[in-house]
Design a protein around this ligand. Sequence first.
Ligand SMILES: [Mn+2]
Length: 282
Amino acid sequence: MLTHKKIALLSDIHGNMTALKAVINDSRTEDVTDYWVLGDVIMQGYGASDVFDKLYSLNPAVWVRGNWDDLLLSVMKKEDIDINDPTDVYIAKLGMTLLADLTDKNIQDLKNLPLNQIKNVNGLNISIGHHLPNKNYGRELATVGQQEAFDKLFQSEEIDVAIYGHIHHQLMRYSSSDQLIINPGSVGYPFSSRSKLRREGRAQYAVLEIDTEGMIQVHFKQIKYDVQDELNYSKNSQLPYQALYEEQLIHGISRTHDKTFLEKVNDAYHYTEEVKKYLNKH
Ligand SMILES: [Mn+2]
């Protein structure tokens, strides 16, 4: 028998436990029946095994792997880290800190996550991934992306709906053959270049409601949470690059590719040396 579904779409949590808790609390008031997780659960905030525990408790029917999840795995494998690249040092140092807290089960689960999942809900075929079906990184599906790129979300005409995350913007649009595309935004770190469209302390997610006839309603949500709570939590946990996390949550600024800035921080805190030591350890 078909049942009315209310699916919470959670993407790009990025280790922000305070935002995640606020979203889950809100989802309870929505009487959500299912949770789908769209990747990038960790990295940048301090949340690690606690993020996994929270997600396990939701028993998500869909959970795909994001590009930052892959970055963490490459830090673990000590692969693809260029010690002369300040961004790589940043990712490695952050990853080392988080890996110390993650359990073997967390790592194994992360490794086993697929890039894409297909679900049939009340007659609708829905494809879910972090970005493109076979590529969880890149800029193709930015809000200003080409229609051609959006069409690549659909691996066949049988797919009716595609859901992705990664760009940290809520979005709804269509493919060239009128298939529906949904992006729930980011739980931990939404951004916008327009200050009026972004406030600190808002966590984005979406509730996808599918009735027994397979008709869809999408509710894009912006849930309030206390940024100061999250910053205190990461300060107490001795998160490296605390100042960057603060800028990110309060002003929506990312320093991931600001090499000059990162180089200064890496030097000041001797992070480059630490990462070098870590990479040489076997
Ligand atoms: Mn991503």
